[in-house]
Design a binder for this molecule. Sequence first.
Ligand SMILES: Nc1ncnc2c1ncn2[C@@H]1O[C@H](COP(=O)(O)OP(=O)(O)OP(=O)(O)O)[C@@H](O)[C@H]1O
Length: 242
Amino acid sequence: MNTENLISFDNVTVSFWQNNMGVHSIKDLVSHRKNPFTNKTILKNISFDVKRGECMGILGRNGSGKSTLLRTIAGLIKPQEGTMTINGTFAPILAIGAGLELELSGYENMNLLLSLYGKSRKDTNAIQSIVEFSELSDEVLRMPTKRYSSGMLARLAFSISVANDSDILIIDEILAVGDQGFQVKCMEKIYQVKAEGKTILFVSHFPDDVVKICDTAILLENGVISHRGDAKIICEQYKSLF
Ligand SMILES: Nc1ncnc2c1ncn2[C@@H]1O[C@H](COP(=O)(O)OP(=O)(O)OP(=O)(O)O)[C@@H](O)[C@H]1O
């Protein structure tokens, strides 16, 4: 494996202001004596490196901070503390539907995202490969994506993510909603992407899938990396949480 770090996190901390008192209007706000917003730290002193060609799994209970970590890597969230360096390109599609414009059709989303990757809107090969991989019909691809089922959104999102030549493939729970045929096809594609030497970040609640794909993994517990290392060992740590 290459020794060049594509992703480096050094003591990254992310926190959000949360309204925990059900305050939704100015009237609500003035009737409260206390500030209803509290600052909650979601990721605490996160440090890790991902090397070029490494496939890293991200495991953790619901709410442990996995998606927040991916959103931070994608530049959608600015950390309050620490430094992060990303030395590669990736598709700006994260969780199911996130990164897609839901008012736009499947075809319009393809064009938009392909132009973001610097590909021409007339790149018919890229469009053809997305259409073929997604197996979505012409009728579906003409519909606004807000009318898609979660499985259809996953098909479109994954197909767009793998249609470009970016260095990092980010997969957040996408496999969980696809039907069995699509899951098998996605796994085969992920193996292919891995064999090409691409870097993969794989969020999943299924440790068996993480072991199949990933070399290394991190386990997040309450926003802290509690374990990091060989994927098999970390998956066992994850299973022991339940
Ligand atoms: N924009 C936000 N504003 C306030 N709090 C947020 C925001 N986004 C996430 N959180 C909080 O951050 C915590 C971690 O959420 P996150 O979505 O990262 O967890 P996760 O590990 O991906 O969970 P899951 O397995 O359920 O998908 C949760 O407590 C959530 O309420």
